[in-house]
Design a protein around this ligand. Structure first.
Ligand code: ADP
Length: 206
């Protein structure tokens, strides 16, 4: 039986998370793993509300958004049919596009990070990632990619917000460096170079 992992991909918008998840999924599958790739906000009930907020269709205070993300994450973990706790019990290696470090970085641009970390302890007590892979791109690169590939932009998708979010990610990594396993990859390189580095890191844990 293969050791199954829980891998979280993190980075600012457009950093290449979903691109890398597809490649990592292939490599893990080739290595004999059953892989479940997933994302936050989820496509469940609470995640749908969050998407509507991020796209600007519903207005909400940042504290409300933080609370909804927490609720969505708990459902992502605990849902009886699709929850990650169950997927891991069933032997899947789980890769998630965003987990609680996204909350620490994004919400902390508007509120106290320690509150966000304390609230998300509910999730950390249930499942900590085996490893968090952070793809670090400059906000300029990220904005270029977002503008080249999408018709509209979401909340946070502007250069000032992305700069602030990137800084908050690093603040969170420093705060939690003894409790979490974090790997930072330089994302301003080719897709293949990043994929190879991430695979080296992940296969080193297997
Ligand atoms: P995210 O999931 O983090 O928002 P994506 O994986 O969707 O980011 O990537 C955003 C865009 O940038 C996509 O069009 C993707 O093809 C492109 N992209 C991803 N990684 C790289 C890279 N290393 N170099 C150049 N373009 C990239």
């Amino acid at each position: 039986m293969k050791q199954n992992l829980f891998i979280a991909l993190e980075g600012i918008d457009g950093s290449g998370k979903s691109t890398q998840i597809k490649l990592l999924e292939q490599k893990l599958t080739n290595a004999g793993h059953k892989v479940y790739a997933t994302f936050e906000p989820t496509d469940g009930m609470i995640g749908s509300v969050l998407r509507n907020i991020l796209r600007g269709y519903i207005k909400a205070d940042h504290r409300t958004i933080a609370g909804l993300f927490l609720a969505d994450r708990l459902d992502h973990l605990l849902n009886e049919e699709t929850g990650l706790v169950k997927k891991l019990q069933d032997g899947y290696t789980v890769i998630t596009d965003r987990y609680y470090f996204s909350s620490y970085a994004y919400h902390a641009t508007h509120m106290d990070m320690d509150w966000v970390i304390a609230a998300n302890k509910l999730c950390a007590d249930i499942l900590k990632p085996t490893i968090t892979l952070f793809i670090d791109v400059s906000p300029e690169t990220s904005m270029q990619r977002i503008n080249a590939n999408r018709a509209g932009t979401e909340l946070f998708e502007n250069i000032e917000s992305l700069r602030a979010v990137r800084e908050k990610y690093f603040e969170a990594f420093t705060k939690l460096k003894t409790e979490e396993r974090i790997f930072i990859a330089n994302g301003d390189r080719t897709i293949e170079a990043i994929a190879n580095e991430l695979w080296e890191k992940v296969s080193g844990i297997l």
